[in-house]
Design a protein around this ligand. Structure first.
Ligand code: PLP
Length: 401
């Protein structure tokens, strides 16, 4: 029997009754773009995160681009970010005309390293004429980046902080004032509702969240052709609106998100028990942060062999990400080279994402762990026989972004 990497059908079964009612409503009202269901979702998602404003947009990439533009980031400006992410994080910076400046990630977490950010800022050797204007951390795999440290750095260097929270719906960070949601720290935070995310739509969707009313108004205008009233446009904007069908699905799934995230955390704990002492590097449970395990990513120099054994057994898995962004052909003009970010490059060579979704059964986890352990054993036997397996650079990905 196949084990899926994500199981969207199982999610649909849980929301079936509500979504049928919502679709019947949509059928009657024919308000397909914007409207009441989008506004309700925006209010409910803002409440879920404990922020003042959420603005639904067309995708996570739109959310990043519009948040950066609304903050005035553009040509000549630098945005400090991580090379260990989906390419959209960097693409959004480039789409504003600004220059991404990468710093390496922390070897324990894969998240941007706060000390490396500080060193970069102190070094003063910048890549664009205006120097750094913002820091754009990513909460990689659902684990919050070091937000207390990054907030402090952003304050002392007078930079905007924008969170790429596309993988971290409901993750939390302990602060001096108690737990806060990932997404509530920056001037703005950006979410993707790509179908496989912890909160996923039935198509493309995203949101910008912010505590700043003026910024929220600017993003609202930018997502809708710079519109400030029906026929008045005070700037050239984009068509980046959220549609009502996606909002209806997101409202229905938002009711389940807390429970689904809790189940993901229990699955991570079970994986950790089953794979303890296996020789794999497992994701750390750090004090003061609560991951929502969008992905459960293990690391091993034998990654490719383990991946092949899982696929042979009908177990879907992925690699997030096999090529760090600074080495992507699309980013060649930025002038980075292999060796510039050794920790990110080592992640790219060793990471493997095991199946992770709230509908996995304990028996699935036992089967996955069994295949992983036996692949590691047989690989060590073959290494002992003197064979060094080739490592593939960029295996095909079965699971989108
Ligand atoms: C970290 C990260 N940033 C940005 C994005 C872009 O989101 P979208 O695919 O909704 O445009 C994604 C989605 O895959 C992501 O994982």
């Amino acid at each position: 029997m196949k084990i899926k990497f994500v199981d969207l059908l199982a999610q649909n079964e849980e929301i079936r009754d509500r979504i049928e009612r919502e679709l019947a409503e949509l059928h009657r009202h024919t308000a397909y773009v914007g409207g009441e269901s989008v506004e309700s979702f925006e209010r409910e998602f803002a409440k879920f995160l404990g922020v003042d404003h959420a603005i639904g947009v067309g995708s996570g990439t739109d959310a990043l681009r519009l948040a950066l533009l609304a903050l005035g980031i553009g040509p000549g400006d630098e945005v400090i970010t991580t090379p260990m992410s989906f390419i959209a994080t960097t693409a959004a910076v480039l789409q504003t005309g600004a220059t991404p400046a990468f710093v390496d990630v922390n070897p324990d977490t894969g998240n941007i390293d706060a000390e490396a950010v500080r060193r970069y800022l102190r070094g003063g050797d910048f890549r664009a004429p205006n120097g750094p204007k913002a820091i754009l951390p990513v909460h990689l795999y659902g684990l919050p980046a070091p937000m207390n440290e990054l907030s402090e750095i952003a304050n002392s260097f007078h930079l905007d902080l924008i969170e790429d929270a596309c993988q971290a719906h409901g993750a939390r960070v302990m602060t001096r004032d108690g737990w806060r949601s990932a997404g509530s720290f920056g001037a703005a935070a950006c979410f993707s509702f790509y179908p496989g995310k912890n909160l996923g739509a039935w198509g493309e969707a995203g949101a910008v969240v912010t505590g700043d009313g003026e910024l929220a108004a600017a993003v609202r205008a930018l997502r809708d052709h710079g519109r400030i009233s029906h026929y008045a446009h005070d700037r050239i904007g984009y068509n980046a609106r959220l549609d009502a069908l996606q909002a209806a699905v997101l409202r229905a799934k938002l009711e389940h998100l807390g429970g689904w995230n809790a189940r993901r955390r229990r699955i991570a704990a079970t994986y950790r028990d089953l794979l303890r002492d296996s020789g794999l590097l497992l994701p750390l449970e750090l004090p003061g942060v609560e991951s929502v395990y969008h992905l459960f990513v293990v690391r091993s120099p034998d990654r490719d062999q383990i991946r092949q054994a899982l696929l042979n057994d009908g177990i879907e898995c992925g690699i997030h990400y096999p090529v760090p962004i600074h080495l992507q052909p699309a980013c060649g003009a930025l002038g980075y080279k292999p060796g510039d970010f050794p920790v990110s490059e080592s992640f790219a060579d060793t990471v493997l994402s095991l199946p992770m979704h709230p509908h996995l059964k304990d028996s699935d986890l036992e089967r996955i762990a069994g295949v992983v352990r036996s692949a590691m054993r047989s690989n060590h036997t073959s290494l002992a026989g003197g064979l060094r397996p080739e490592t593939s650079v960029a295996p095909p990905l079965a699971n989108g972004n």
